[in-house]
Structures are given as structure tokens and as C-alpha cells.
Design a protein around this ligand. Sequence first.
Ligand code: F6P
Length: 328
Amino acid sequence: MERTIKKIAVLTSGGDAPGMNAAIRSVVRTCAFYNIKCVGVNRGYEGLIEGDFNVMDARSVKGIINKGGTILKSARSKDFRTKEGRARAYENVNKAGIDGLVVIGGDGSFTGALIFNEEFGFPVMGIPGTIDNDIFGTTHTLGFDTALNTVVEAIDKIRDTASSHDRLFFIEVMGRDVGHIALNVGIAGGAEEILIPEEDLGLERLVESLNKSRKSGKSSSIVVVAEGDKIGKNIFELKDYVDENMEGYDVRVSVLGHMQRGGSPSCFDRVLASRMGVKAVESLLENQSNFMVGLLNNNIELTPLENAIKGKSKINLELLRVSDIMST
Ligand code: F6P
């Protein structure tokens, strides 16, 4: 049965990403535009279970489009994985008169949303927010573009000191299961090699490639390593391996870590967040549910949540080829 949507809740869940605030702002302002009520849920699904809601009007989201992080805070909720936890959440949304939920997060957050819908028939809509860009059904997740710019800036700085000391740097970037960040920043930062989970270069080939680049006249080198790389060694073991197997290289390691998740969102992420928020609310108002909004061929399109969760975001093979040619 179709329900008239009069009140929408929005939450952020999983690892935060720049652009989440811009998406919250967009959801809230779109609700205001259509004259329906909006509430923010604090701390992701935890807040849903505890009924931790606050009313949000158009003015409540002023001055946040340029802010990193999420004003609603984020959490990875264990309790929402239990039936009891979800039942409490459903009780709370009913009590508060909420008719639909927008979840801004990654595939784990979408799985929660889908189960919540299956159990209670509650309308849900997803907005992909993660710096990893590892969601099927969108070419860009919120925060990915900003993270790329942050990392490239960091690599540029490391390159300065690497070349002053003729050093080889292993730089670890985020990407739990995927190499999207590594591949892009590797090309943009002029890395000699890029190690990503999707492609197993192998240690011998790495050493071979580094030797080749040294022979070709390069005195310093940058190797970008995705944290989820499957080469079988962590970044410090990689350093030890190169120390042991290559003469005369002064090797250093830099793990960029959580700084990649922070900072003011790029123009691209702000615009994307604004577009996605509008589409998420309008789709709920049209009685659509169980979809994720995504960017496909520069249009904002809906993908069934189930596909977004199960599908694999593929690495761009053309970028792999370009990176190979560039490290000549
Ligand atoms: O999913 C985004 C991400 O930043 C991954 O790249 C990283 O592995 C993970 O989150 C880190 O999670 P946490 O914030 O729990 O340390």
C-alpha cells in the first residue's frame, strides 16, 4: 500500500566522508522545499535504536556545505544487526511519525537499510558516502573526489623530501578492499608503481620495476600502496623486503591514514551531494523505496539497493594501462 510521505529522517552511517554534510543539507532543504518535515538521526543506526532524533528545518543546515565530517555523527552499529535492535528502531520511527529514511553511507549501511525495509516494509533510500568509491551503481561516491585531492597534496609534499634525499617512499592510502584511490592518486602523483588489491604485481616484479626506473636515471621513487593490497605483505614488510633485496636504496614508509577522510569537500563532492539529496527525497515522495541514488553517465540514477550491495565496483582498466605507460 502506498503511504503519503510527510516526514523523512536522515542519518549518516559507517566511515564518514567529506560531502556527507552537504548531502544532509540537501535532504533537509529538499524536504523544506516540498513542505514536508525532516528529522536528523544522531550517530547512525544507534540513534535510530535510541530514538535520538532532532527536528531539522532549512535554517538548521546553514554553514555546513563546506564542512568535512558529519554533523549527525556516524557509527558502525552492532545492535542494528540484531532483530531486537531493529524492532526498537521501528518502534521509534513510528512513534516519531517518520514515513521514510535516507541513509548516507556505504554498503554495510545499505545492508542494514534493506533488512529494515524487508522486515517492516519501511521506505528507505541510500546515498553512497565513502571515500573508497567501492559501491556499484555510481561512478563516484561522496568523499572520493575530496580524498583524491587530499592525498595528491600529501604525495606532492612527500615527493619534495623524497627527491631531496634520493629516497624511495612507500605511501599507504586508504581503500579497504579496492584500489580506486591508489590508482588515481598514483597517476596524479607520478608514482613509479601502484599496488592495488585488484592486481597482484608480485614482489619480484616490483623490485625489477624499481631497478629499471633507477637505471633509467630516477634517483627517488614513490610507490603508492592501497591498504587492502593483496601482495601478501604489509607496507612495513614491503620496506624490509626492498631493503634486503635492493642495494643502495634508502627506503621510508608513510601511512597517510585517517587524514584522508577529513577536510572541506571539493566542489565536485558538494554538487554531487546536493544532486543526490534532491533525488533521494523526490524518489521517496514518489513512493519509491530500496534504491540507491548514484551518478551514472553524469545523470543521477536509481540502482536497486540489492544490486548496489551485491555488485562489484570495477577498477578502471584504462587507468591501469595509463599508469604503466607513465612509469616508463
Ligand atoms: O571505508 C572507508 C575507510 O576509510 C576504509 O578505507 C578504511 O579501511 C576504513 O574506513 C577505516 O575504518 P575505521 O574508521 O573504522 O578505522
